[in-house]
Design a binder for this molecule. Sequence first.
Ligand SMILES: O=C(O)C(=O)C[C@]1(C(=O)O)C=C[C@@H](O)C=C1
Length: 263
Amino acid sequence: MDFLKTTLSLDTIRRELVRLEDSIIFALIERAQFAQNSNVYSKEYFQGNGTGFEGSFLEYFLHEIECVHAKVRRYTSPDEYPFTQNLPSPILPALQFPPLLVSNSINVNPQLMDIYLHNIVPIICQKGDDSNYGSAATKDVDALQCLSRRIHYGKFVAEAKFNDPKEHDLYVSLIKAQDRDGIMELLTNRAVEERLLLRLRRKALVYGQEIEADDKAPASSSHLRIELDVVANMYEKFVIPLTKEVEVEYLLRRLDHVPLGPK
Ligand SMILES: O=C(O)C(=O)C[C@]1(C(=O)O)C=C[C@@H](O)C=C1
């Protein structure tokens, strides 16, 4: 959140996205040590447990955690989005955030949850059930929260791009025409995406290794804690496209609002 206090420049935001890559890789490595444990995600499995809760164990757990976090005003911050609803009001007084974003109603966590359950957990975790439901769900929550922050940073990226004097007028005319494909094309930077994917492969190699204290022992890449391409593939197929979706949705609504502070 410190970043919210500094100027909203594309470089600053991209540095934050790079930092979040580390948190995401480590969160996935943590989740990958447990089996898939599909009961964690099954509504049927969690029925009749006495809580009266209608969803899965993960949904129950997320809601309990988000209730506590809502009380300490986590979701009043423009870079934090809850997965569950009917959360309590903050018990701390409201903070004044600098006016960095306009419309803040876009929340793609339902899509992210669907992708996480169907395309990420089955890829990173061994099949089967090891009974570690609480541990697995704890790691799920960490991973989901990091991914959600990363994806919703798309709003900050979009705002910075909209304010770039070189592209501002182009964005304005595409937004006036509600040209979704044109906006998507203009905000896409293939060189940045390619570098990101290369960097992720390198990070997965380094962070996934068992590193010994003995500096003569070579770091071993034969037993990686997460497969080399898994993180990069996940970014390519899901994380980047969902971030871009957030950017487009944000920009499509950008002219509905009064301008933000001085450029
Ligand atoms: O860095 C940007 O310019 C972004 O818009 C972010 C991002 C990403 O998700 O990493 C998305 C779209 C661009 O094509 C490049 C990268």
